[in-house]
Design a binder for this molecule. Sequence first.
Ligand code: AN7
Length: 355
Amino acid sequence: MKTTWRGIMAEYAPFFGSPDPDSIVTLQEGGTPLIPLERIAREFPVPVSLHAKFEGANPTGSFKDRGMTLAVSRAAARGARALICASTGNTSASAAAYGVRAGLRVFVVIPDGKISRGKLAQAIVHRATVIQVEGLFDQALSIVREVASTHPIALVNSVNPDRLEGQRSVAFEIVDQMGSAPDYHFLPVGNAGNITASWAGYRAYREAGRLSSALPRLMGVQAEGAAPIVLGHVVEKPETVASAIRIGNPASWQGALDAARDSGGTIFSVTDEEILEAYNLLASREGVFCEPASAASLAGCLKKARAGAFSGGESIVLTLTGHGLKDPDAVFRTQTSEIRVPARKEEVLAVLGFS
Ligand code: AN7
């Protein structure tokens, strides 16, 4: 058989303590495409090189798989029988898949009625026990943290350091794909684990001698209605169309601030309208379908471009954190669907403009 991508723990083994291959629980996550966005780049006021790291191409459709392979492998090796997480959807989908692969029971605690249907379907199909709490993600997270600290069940939220350790791999791959780090790396910020991990990844790669160019500026983008880090205080009632990042009290708050400060980047917010504009632009101009939260990265980049932040020639990477199929309702909420005609060739030709 041809050599295939073996998943991040095998591909970047020295960065993960060179694990015994038999101990790895993997769905061959990572190895995701770095897609040029030339049509969108042409709209920028100055020429830039723009790429999307399409994390929707991971096995469960989001970047969470990078951390889950580590967290579940190590939990299983320690003899865990069950996993628990709180989630806005993607973590639960990933935990459910990796958990079942390791033969563990999985419990997911989600905010009532607010997670997208695709993600809920994943948790259900992998036989996780889904517990909806009548409250927000932040409440769900504090409940599972308490439960896991006092009961024999492994917590696989990003407060588990194994998760962030695995999520560093996105930076390794970007450097390998580009041959250097980009000047700017934009990504959505919810619980703030991913920006913390991406920054740690670039630094680890440089310390290991695998990145000789400068480190990128990390540009974290929150949704305006769920922007605690930007505001500098907890948001009691976060609201945004981007349900994945509807989080009012991020666990890795300090990590995000450090990443932005130490890299010379920033954390700022965009409106839901800007998120949806970017979401539609990616799908309709580039053929790239990501979920709304993911498009916050492009929305933020466009906002900076329009404000004159780039002088020309910069290389920019956007993390598109999750696949658009996670949340198909987001499409139908804003766009009309099919054209209906009687089942005759003439009717179809008329729509094609050939009559
Ligand atoms: C598509 O699944 O928090 O800032 O519980 O699903 O690392 O939290 C998801 C977060 C961005 C934010 N994009 O990343 C969960 C959860 C998508 C996401 C984020 C999430 P972090």
